[in-house]
Design a binder for this molecule. Structure first.
Ligand code: G
Ligand code: G
Ligand code: MN
Ligand code: NA
Length: 254
C-alpha cells in the first residue's frame, strides 16, 4: 500500500524518469540503438526500481498511465536526438501485459509517435514471453498490427519464459534478446556457451537479430562476437543513463 500511494503520488507529481541504455554492435563496438528503462525518482527519498513498482502498477491498472508516459517521454527524447542527427537506429520500450492487451494499443502508439514527431521505424517494442504466451493467438494479431505500422518487435528475456518453438516460429518479431542469465557464465560453463551458440544460430536461421543482455566484461563480449552474436547491452558498455547524460556518454565512449 505504501508503494501504491508512492506510485499514485509520483504520477501526480510527474516523478517518473526515463533512463536509456545504449545497445552496441560487437563487431564495430559502435552505438547502434538504445533501450528506455523507467525509474521513479522521489525527491528526498531516492530512486525506486521498476522491478519494485511495475508489478504493482500492473495489478492496480496504473500501468496504463505509467506506460503512456514512458512512451511519450521516450518518443520525445528520441525525436529530438534523431532530428539533431545525434542518434540513429531504434529506441526500445518495454511493454507489460496489460499495456500490450489494451484494445486500442496501436492507435495510442501511433498518436504518440505523431504528436512527438518520431517516425515509427525509430521505435521498437520489447515484450516478454510471459506477455505473449498468455493468449498467443491474440498476441500474434497485435504484433502483426504493430509490424504493419512499421514498429519493430523484440522478444525480451528470451529463454526464461515458457514460449514454445512452435509459437516462436509464428511470432512476427525482428529481434531476440538473450537473457542475462545465459550470458553470466558464458566463459565459465561450456553448456551455457553452447546454448547461446545454438540460440544465436537458430535466431539467424529465422532471420532475427540477436541482442545479448547483461554483458559485463570484455571476455563475454569477445566470446559473443565469436559466436556471431552481433549486438549487446550491459554495464561493460554503459549503465542506463539519465537523458541529460546520454548524448555526452555515447559521444565520448561509444
Ligand atoms: O532497469 P531495470 O533493470 O531495473 O529494470 C527492471 C525490470 O523493469 C526489467 O524487467 C525491465 O524490462 C522492466 N522495465 C523497465 N522499464 C520499464 C517500462 O517502462 N515498462 C515496463 N513494463 N517494464 C519496464
Ligand atoms: O528485462 P529487461 O531486459 O528489460 O531488463 C533490463 C534490466 O537489466 C534493467 O534493469 C537494466 O538496468 C539491467 N541491466 C542492464 N545491463 C546490465 C548488466 O550488465 N548487469 C546487470 N546486473 N544488470 C543490467
Ligand atoms: Mn528489456
Ligand atoms: Na531482458
Amino acid at each position: 500500500l505504501q508503494v501504491e500511494n508512492q506510485l499514485r503520488n509520483a504520477l501526480k507529481n510527474n516523478y517518473l524518469q526515463v533512463h536509456y541504455q545504449p545497445k552496441v554492435s560487437l563487431r564495430t563496438n559502435k552505438f547502434v540503438g538504445l533501450e528506455a528503462l523507467v525509474r521513479l525518482e522521489i525527491p528526498d527519498t531516492g530512486v525506486i526500481s521498476p522491478s519494485e513498482f511495475i508489478p504493482l502498477a500492473e495489478e492496480t491498472g496504473l500501468i496504463i498511465d505509467v506506460g503512456e508516459r514512458v512512451l511519450r517521454q521516450t518518443c520525445r527524447d528520441m525525436s529530438e536526438w534523431v532530428a539533431a542527427g545525434a542518434v540513429q537506429g531504434r529506441v526500445a520500450v518495454n511493454l507489460s501485459a496489460k499495456q500490450f492487451l489494451q484494445p486500442d494499443l496501436t492507435k495510442r502508439i501511433m498518436t504518440i509517435l505523431q504528436e512527438e514527431g518520431l517516425a515509427a521505424e525509430h521505435l521498437e517494442l520489447e515484450i516478454t514471453e510471459g506477455v505473449v504466451m498468455d493468449d498467443p493467438e491474440r498476441a500474434i494479431e497485435i504484433m502483426t498490427e504493430l509490424n504493419n505500422c512499421g514498429i519493430h518487435l523484440a522478444l525480451d528475456d528470451f529463454g526464461t519464459g515458457y514460449s514454445s518453438l512452435a509459437y516462436l516460429k509464428r511470432f512476427p518479431i525482428q529481434t531476440l534478446k538473450i537473457d542475462k542469465a545465459f550470458i553470466d557464465d558464458i566463459n565459465g560453463a561450456e553448456r551455457d556457451r553452447n546454448m547461446v551458440a545454438s540460440i544465436v544460430a537458430m535466431a539467424h536461421n529465422m532471420g532475427l537479430d540477436v541482442v545479448a543482455e547483461g554483458v559485463v566484461d570484455h571476455d563475454q563480449a569477445s566470446t559473443l562476437n565469436t559466436l556471431n552474436c552481433e549486438f549487446a547491452q550491459g554495464f561493460l558498455f554503459a549503465k542506463p543513463l539519465r537523458r541529460e547524460h546520454f548524448l555526452d556518454h555515447i559521444r565520448t565512449t561509444l
